[in-house]
Design a protein around this ligand. Sequence first.
Ligand SMILES: Nc1ncnc2c1ncn2[C@@H]1O[C@H](COP(=O)(O)OP(=O)(O)O)[C@@H](O)[C@H]1O
Ligand SMILES: [Mg+2]
Length: 306
Amino acid sequence: MAHVWPIGGGKGGSGKSFITSSLGRLSAELGKKTLIIDLDLGAANLHTLVGVPDPQKGFSDFIRKKIPLLEDTVVETPSANLFLISGAHDNFDIANLSYEQKIRTLRAIAKLDFDRILLDLGAGTSFNTLDFFLISQNGIFITTPEPTSVENVYRLIRSIYFRRIRYCFNVTEFKELEVEADRQFGDGSFNRPDSLMKVISRTHPEKYTQLNIEFDAFRFKLIINQVRKHDNAALGLQMCRMMDKHLGLNMEFLGNVAYDEHVHDAICQQVSFLERYPYTKTATDLREIGKQIVESAGRQLTLRYM
Ligand SMILES: Nc1ncnc2c1ncn2[C@@H]1O[C@H](COP(=O)(O)OP(=O)(O)O)[C@@H](O)[C@H]1O
Ligand SMILES: [Mg+2]
């Protein structure tokens, strides 16, 4: 199975698509056969960022079964080694994918033959977005330094863990777990994945072991984008520590990406920022992070419910 890197964040405009397209290009340049998939349906614009203004096919053709195989919806981009599944012609929201469509998509992604697959996921915490994060241990979260964006990322990550725990239990069992977490650890503890896990370790030891193995394998990663000179450069590391302390979750900080007005210029001129402005701090930051994606060689998770 290819390395799948779901990329998301709680807020629109934080730079998910810009970062996905940039990391895709870098991975391709470094010799990996790379696919980027636009799953921000309804707000899809990845095609424009990688120089494919009018893709002739895309994800919606697979969903509507016009093209039976997901691999046949792949289009080339002007960059060698970089391929795209576009969301350009999707006029429905990803949140509206049916269960059957979602499982079909998840299975099809798992079978694609690429070295790296980057998923540009929409903002928010719809179940579909959470499930796309759960197909890989390599989820990347993008936030700006603004507290509103940071808060949304926390919520998204917590929701992903809850979604995974939720899969193991029926409605009544899950309710019982929540009540028990609040009883043992204080009101509101049902909202903390680590409190729920402590309860599960006693009430359902086998499920606990399974979940623990999966959560241990998670290598969720954080990128802070649009960092300006006066912003707190240590925010990323602080967020990772908070995540550990308050939610009991592992997260790795990949780095800051500097704010640069030229990003806007490059997008407006429809040229690659990395090619046009290679000597900027932003480009250097992106290359550092791109290297980490290419060099990583971890095991891939396979979802139980797939
Ligand atoms: N590092 C950056 N520096 C300056 N502007 C940026 C940067 N990253 C993103 N932007 C700006 O933010 C806008 C939104 O980015 P985009 O990738 O479309 O966000 P998202 O996909 O999260 O909604 C871009 O059009 C660009 O103008
Ligand atoms: Mg986007």
